[in-house]
Design a protein around this ligand. Structure first.
Ligand SMILES: N[C@@H](CCC(=O)N[C@@H](CS)C(=O)NCC(=O)O)C(=O)O
Length: 215
């Protein structure tokens, strides 16, 4: 069966799926869809994902969307190497962190983007809203610091789904520092986040899957 992966550059959900495909060493056709064109809402793509969003994946007769469902499918269909860990407790914890990334961290990253990178350069910045985002992010990051503990990765010694879910979101937060230094977390960015991002960025799979429009 041939896998086709529908991707959008900069989407943390799509980056997560891409990392899982790479971690598992799967072969796939890579289709990058452009957000600013009509490709996501074309009849051909809506037949795959009626919501017109990336990521989506076609594997043989199965067309699937929603990144959480896609990565669970890939884990069941292609179990080795695992993205969840081997024992029940580790698998549950890995899933929990991945859900937390999507439920709590990503909405804050998106809100920060809404007030910064999603605006045009000439639009005024709402500095109070940005400060609120920063405070909420820092409070949320404390949960992730606890989850990481002394570990190299959220899953322990090797990267897992928890990392594939958390890293793209954290790197998005960091991108605001890169693009709009005045509106990023700057010196408030916790040291553990900097170290964790550097660790993840040194992985070949992360380099390979770096969002093309960020290069
Ligand atoms: N819950 C979905 C979220 C997917 C999503 O929101 N994708 C965004 C990019 S981050 C998208 O394709 N937006 C295009 C649009 O809504 O038109 C998932 O996990 O796959």
């Amino acid at each position: 069966m041939a896998i086709t992966f529908y991707y959008g550059s900069g989407s943390p959900f799509a980056w997560k799926v891409w990392l899982v495909l790479e971690h598992k060493g799967l072969t796939y056709d890579f289709k990058r869809l452009q957000f600013d064109k009509t490709e996501l809402k074309s009849d051909a793509f809506l037949a795959i994902n009626p919501r017109g969003k990336v990521p989506a994946l076609v594997d043989g007769d199965l067309a699937l969307y929603e990144s959480a469902a896609i990565v669970e499918y890939l884990e069941e269909r292609y179990p080795e190497p695992t993205i969840l860990g081997t024992d029940l407790e580790t698998r549950a914890r890995t899933r929990r962190i991945a859900v937390e990334a999507e439920a709590y961290l990503q909405p804050l990253q998106r809100e920060l983007f809404t007030h910064t990178l999603f605006k045009s350069a000439s639009d005024a910045r709402d500095l109070e809203a940005i400060a609120r985002c920063h405070n909420a992010l820092l409070a949320e990051l404390a949960h992730f610091e606890r989850a990481l503990g002394e570990g190299r990765y959220f899953g322990g010694l090797t990267p897992s789904l928890a990392d594939f879910a958390v890293f793209p979101v954290l790197r998005g937060v960091r991108r605001v520092d890169d693009r709009e230094p005045a509106n990023g977390l700057g010196d408030a960015m916790p040291a553990w986040v900097r170290a964790y991002l550097a660790r993840m960025e040194s992985l070949a799979m992360v380099q390979k899957t770096w969002p093309p429009h960020w290069r």
